[in-house]
Design a protein around this ligand. Structure first.
Ligand code: DP6
Length: 326
């Protein structure tokens, strides 16, 4: 009746951008990510007969409003699947480096899926957890596994889930540059919806994403870090281009975003392989090899405070916690 789990966030190298089914969260395109060790969420779910609704405590505060509704909707699905109508106390803590501004729905819903599945007695296999996490947030389906992970878009609820493809234990690093820690004005959910509905570039995005995915799998197979970086950077740019062509148009980029993009180009000119990727926000992640991290940090420290620069290693998959410490 009680279970706890920890899940790490992930960064997409081939982006998920657009839903085919908003209810089931089925994506328009398959995607591929790297799970990171630097940011994680721990969640404990305790079934309590005395409760008349779910109670959610996030980072020490009672959660209400839109974020709480999303979690309650998710818990209702868990109750539907298990046939157990009992409400739960959900205590969840995000472990993100101070000042990074990253609160991740990927790690959040992966940790919630695992702890809720176990507490309500549902199937806890990787496939089942990935499918369940997907119902909370698409990108959460990938945080069930560590290393490089592919989310196969599938055609229906049963076959849209993530699979691990490589442990990523051969020297890849991500330097996260926190450009702005404010909450973004357009959520990824709204941003992708507007893009699917209005961007004339969207059909091209879908074709390109599938092509990029195939090439990325080859690059990972060959441990070719430069190729991984090149494909990831191009894929992120294509995703962001779809938004500029949407109605009304929008972008998540800020001045600082462009600064980091230019630094990546500059570092490459200096012979340091370093490539950016950007999600639905202004922050930038630089893909590089462990031996170049110091030079990259040194370059960026002329433009950003040190606390805005976080180096992440590949992280593990979801873990059940026997003796949860919050
Ligand atoms: C740009 O998984 O946050 O980060 O499924 O609506 O919750 P919902 O969206 P979410 O979108 C992530 C979008 C992205 C790309 C990615 O992570 O693949």
């Amino acid at each position: 009746m009680q279970a706890a789990a920890r899940a790490y966030t992930n960064i997409a190298l081939i982006k998920y951008w657009g839903k085919k089914d908003e209810q089931l969260i089925l994506p328009m395109n398959s995607s591929l990510s790297l799970t990171l060790n630097a940011f994680y969420t721990e969640t404990r779910v305790t079934l309590q007969q005395s409760l008349s609704c779910d109670e959610i405590i996030m980072d020490g505060k009672v959660l209400s409003g839109h974020s709480a509704e999303k979690i309650i909707r998710f818990m209702n699905q868990v109750r539907d699947q298990s046939g157990n109508r009992t409400y739960a106390l959900i205590v969840t803590n995000n472990h993100v480096p101070v000042a990074s501004g990253f609160a991740s729905s990927a790690s959040g819903f992966a940790a919630l899926a695992a702890s809720a599945a176990r507490a309500y007695g549902l199937d806890c296999s990787g496939v089942a957890l990935s499918r369940l996490a997907r119902r909370g947030s698409g990108s959460a389906s990938r945080s069930i596994y560590g290393g490089f992970v592919k989310w196969m878009k599938g055609t229906k609820d049963e076959d849209s889930y993530a699979v691990p493809i490589d442990p990523a234990n051969w020297g890849i690093r991500l330097v996260v540059v926190a450009v702005n820690r404010q909450k973004k004005k357009i959520s990824s959910r709204l941003g992708m919806k507007r893009t699917v509905q209005t961007s004339p570039f969207y059909p091209i995005w879908m074709k390109e994403a599938e092509k990029d995915l195939g090439r990325m799998e080859q690059a990972i197979h060959h441990h070719d870090l430069e190729m991984i970086g090149e494909i990831a950077e191009a894929n992120a740019l294509k995703m962001h281009a779809t938004m500029l062509a949407a109605t009304p148009p929008f972008t998540y980029w800020e001045e600082g975003t462009l600064t980091v993009m230019r630094r990546a180009a500059h570092l490459r000119e200096q012979g340091i392989p370093c490539y950016f990727t950007i999600d639905a926000g202004p922050n930038v992640k630089l893909i590089c090899s462990v031996e170049h991290v110091d030079q990259i940090l040194d370059d960026l420290s002329d433009f950003f405070p040190l606390e805005a620069l976080i180096t992440a290693e590949p992280g593990p998959g979801v873990q059940f916690l026997e003796d949860p410490i919050h």
